[in-house]
Design a protein. Sequence first.
Length: 264
Amino acid sequence: MQRVAIVGSGHLAHALWEGWHLNPLPSRSFSLVARSDAHRYLWDDAVWQSVSYNPATVEGADVVVVTVKPKDAAATVAQLRPYLGEAVVVSPIAGWSIAKLRASGIRGPLVRIMPNVCAAIGASTTLATFDGCDAAQQEALEAFLGECGPVTVVEESLMDPYTALVGSGPAYIFLLLEALIAGGERLGADAGRTRQLVSSMVEGAARLARRSDEPLSDWIGQVASPGGTTEALLNVLNQARWPHLIQDAIVAASLRAQELGVQT
């Protein structure tokens, strides 16, 4: 895995690029193939100076990571196909199944993944399904993907549901943080300090949830004293059907992933 080509230059491509450059290996080289200048603002000048717009740039790469939108996937894969050779293709394209990728003409080893933008700090939760990879290739690829955060191998039938939970998931947390910060401002708290405090709070709660197998409702009960402040908070959220709205949102995201696989 000496040469890696990343195709696409959007937010996910940039996050993966950053994750893979946190502790770069001197023996590994990267090339970036962009479809346009639309996301130029994300990239350092030094990186963008070497960007290519030519699909043939991927020729000879060991790994080709195709980070494009579903609507652009068919055209992009068609342009890349003559140059893929024996490269392993890594696809985080939402909704695009392994069968659909194969039907598009990809013949070699293939990995369907669903990471998220937390890859930029090595903290993505990445799902992976392998097809046509031998044991040594899979081991090397898991280690490679693991540089951006923990990797879990799943059966492909779970990829669309986990796209809603893991790929889209940071947006739920950012929305919660945004609401907490705005609520703090309404109470006169400084937004910058509140952002640091609530971010640390969410991180701590997540670590505690991960450490224990106890029902999360038990942890809620430990925080919410009868007649106390947390109970007042929970009453408002429950009246607004907040837990059910989150579940409905996850189902909607998963259904959209399925639709993208059919429509594009």
